[in-house]
Design a protein around this ligand. Structure first.
Ligand SMILES: CC(C)(COP(=O)(O)OP(=O)(O)OC[C@H]1O[C@@H](n2cnc3c(N)ncnc32)[C@H](O)[C@@H]1OP(=O)(O)O)[C@@H](O)C(=O)NCCC(=O)NCCS
Length: 198
């Protein structure tokens, strides 16, 4: 994708095709920010890492990763979305976190989900949880959540992701567990759903 917006003089980086104002959120260690072209290569690296993609049906090729990034950026047209996450100490891109709306139907849709994916080198330092608190705080003020709740879901075996849901106060009712409708043949199709009232 070309840089439709131009150069951001604040951080001298090319922001990807702007779709309205994407807010910048700061935490102690992180910045949640709009995506920039330089994220593409690091994002593709993450998406082709078997550790990062252990709980997904397949690794992503470079073109699939680029297409995902384009969809993420475009998703901000709704007024919320998935931020690029970088470390404040060195401005290094480490992944994404934020909100999205599933396009398929299940017993809990329509809904807005909070989701996350970080590079393996950044795991187990509390970073996803730190970013999630910031996103939730922003979301409470800026997003019209259906039923005034945010949900999160993951394949049952994804213990780290389930733990982040727990740490931000989400609750899990086994009666909400579901088979992912887009992945009926996948061994990981069974998913847990967590909810948080906002
Ligand atoms: C899920 C993910 C974003 C978590 O990021 P993170 O920054 O490591 O999360 P945090 O450090 O805030 O918390 C991770 C928690 O999981 C725990 N954990 C890690 N591996 C675990 C395991 N195998 N079993 C049980 N708990 C585990 C950690 O101990 C930590 O809990 P604690 O703070 O109580 O010790 C990261 O693992 C990731 O990007 N995974 C790949 C992508 C993915 O699966 N995304 C979710 C798809 S729904």
């Amino acid at each position: 994708m070309s840089c439709a917006v131009g150069w951001n003089t604040r951080n001298s980086s090319c922001t990807v095709n702007g779709v309205g104002d994407i807010p910048v959120l700061k935490t102690e260690r992180l910045r949640l920010r709009p995506w920039i072209e330089a994220d593409r290569a690091l994002f593709a690296e993450m998406n082709s890492d078997p550790r990062v993609m252990e709980h997904f049906p397949s690794l992503l090729s470079r073109s699939e990763s680029d297409a995902l990034m384009d969809r993420i950026v475009d998703g901000w047209r709704q007024g919320y979305g998935l931020w690029a996450v970088e470390r404040r100490e060195n401005a290094g891109f480490i992944g994404f976190l934020g909100f999205s709306q599933p396009r398929w139907e299940a017993h809990f849709t329509p809904c807005i989900e909070i989701g996350w994916r970080l590079a393996a080198s950044s795991w187990n330092q509390g970073l996803a949880t730190e970013a999630a608190w910031a996103a939730l705080s922003w979301g409470r003020e800026n997003v019209a959540f259906p039923r005034n709740e945010v949900v999160s879901f993951t394949t049952s075996a994804n213990a780290p992701s389930r733990r982040v849901m727990e740490k931000v106060g989400m609750t899990h009712d086994p009666a909400d567990d579901f088979d992912h409708p887009l992945l009926p043949e996948w061994v990981g199709r069974r998913h847990v759903l967590c909810r948080l009232a906002l």
